[in-house]
Design a binder for this molecule. Structure first.
Ligand SMILES: NC(=O)c1ccc[n+]([C@@H]2O[C@H](COP(=O)([O-])OP(=O)(O)OC[C@H]3O[C@@H](n4cnc5c(N)ncnc54)[C@H](O)[C@@H]3O)[C@@H](O)[C@H]2O)c1
Length: 337
């Protein structure tokens, strides 16, 4: 356990890594901030802009007390293993890996090393999602019967992102699946998904979908639906509606929801729609990193473990398989492989 500020490293300084760097600089738990990227010039530039220190990729794990991994998904497993072998607590963006065997192997290496790992499921730190969980746990909704989940991006990612992203279920839907498990406290038993590749040709070329809808059956008999899109013209729409026998709550329904009422005279939501994941989840990204500094200091246990990431991955694999085969898939079919 340590109470002095930590030397924190960040590996991968793209869209999310740069934002994480800015957030970490503002935290009392951060002492020195070291920045590394496959593109050393990017690390130098950002370090100069933030008054942080650029560091070579080969050195960073030997120089820090904790590391944030925000590189492309295909590199997470290798970096998590390297951090565990170096004895460095790690925060890693989702998903851990794009396949089950690799995620399991990383889990085993990390368990053997005994180093804490936190996965970037920031919705666990979003005030609306957390309030929905609290409402369920406190019994205010009665028996939860239905959940509706939405993750719709306003514009598609660039062509080069799609082939290595893992596809729409593992890249986007994994957040919904994690939140579903976390909020309801139940597991997904069966899924039935449909997906289509519309718009840019690179979705179809990669075997991916730009629009997807799924029905999920929970272990307690509850039903959930999932909407995913890369082309949501109204804006960045991320919501979860949780309906029970005594009440319904909606996470992500506020003045900035990317929705337009068709009812005459109804102006709500009347704010500018959320444009993208920043600033929509800015407070949650901050809160998860503050939590990670406590985890790395030995003051708290990880609030989002590799085991959680593996469970969510089973469901996302099942969703993709269901779409590809055109039939319902039992999540145990994936879990037992
Ligand atoms: N939690 C969320 O809401 C959220 C949002 C966006 C992205 N993400 C995740 O964050 C990760 C990064 O996404 P992004 O959009 O910031 O990517 P990005 O392409 O913008 O940035 C990736 C950065 O990593 C660097 N890099 C690539 N390979 C590297 C390596 N082996 N070692 C060191 N640096 C390397 C690149 O040079 C680049 O600077 C992805 O896994 C993505 O799924 C999560």
């Amino acid at each position: 356990m340590t109470t002095s500020p930590l030397r924190v490293g960040i590996i991968g300084l793209g869209r999310i890594g740069e934002a994480h760097a800015r957030t970490l600089l503002d935290q009392a738990g951060t002492g020195t901030l070291l920045l590394a990227d496959a593109d050393p010039a990017r690390a130098q530039l950002l370090a100069a802009a933030l008054d942080a220190e650029a560091c070579a990729l080969t050195d960073i794990l030997s120089r820090v007390d904790a590391v944030v991994i925000s590189t492309p998904t295909s590199t997470h497993a290798e970096l998590l293993v390297a951090a565990a072998r170096a004895g460095v607590p790690a925060f890693c963006e989702k998903p851990v890996a794009l396949d089950v065997p690799t995620t399991r192997r990383v889990g085993e290496v990390v368990a053997t090393a005994g180093t804490p790992v936190q996965i970037g499921f920031q919705r666990r730190f979003d005030t609306g999602y957390a309030a929905a969980r609290e409402a369920v746990r406190a019994g205010r909704l009665g028996e939860v019967r239905r959940v509706h989940m939405v993750t719709c991006d306003p514009t598609p990612p660039p062509a080069e992102f799609v082939p290595t992203s893992g596809g729409i279920f593992k890249d986007c839907g994994i957040h919904d699946v994690d939140a579903l498990r976390w909020i309801t406290g139940t597991e997904v038993r069966t899924v039935f998904a449909q997906g289509v590749a519309r718009g840019a040709g690179y979705f179809g070329d990669a075997g991916d979908s730009s629009e997807a809808v799924a029905v999920l059956t929970m272990s307690d008999g509850g039903l959930a639906t999932l909407h995913l899109s890369r082309y949501n013209g109204q804006g960045y729409d991320v919501r979860m509606e949780v309906a029970g026998t005594q009440g319904t709550v909606v996470a992500g329904l506020d003045a900035h929801s990317a929705l337009l009422s068709a009812e005459p005279g109804v102006t709500f939501p009347d704010g500018e729609p959320h444009g993208w994941f920043y600033p929509r989840f800015q407070a949650a990204y901050s809160a998860e990193l503050v939590a990670f500094l406590d985890v790395a200091a030995g003051l708290a246990t990880s609030p989002a473990s590799i085991a959680d990431a593996l469970e969510a991955l089973y469901v996302c694999e099942a969703l993709a398989l269901s779409r590809d085969l055109g039939r319902p898939v039992d999540v145990d079919e994936i879990r037992s492989r």
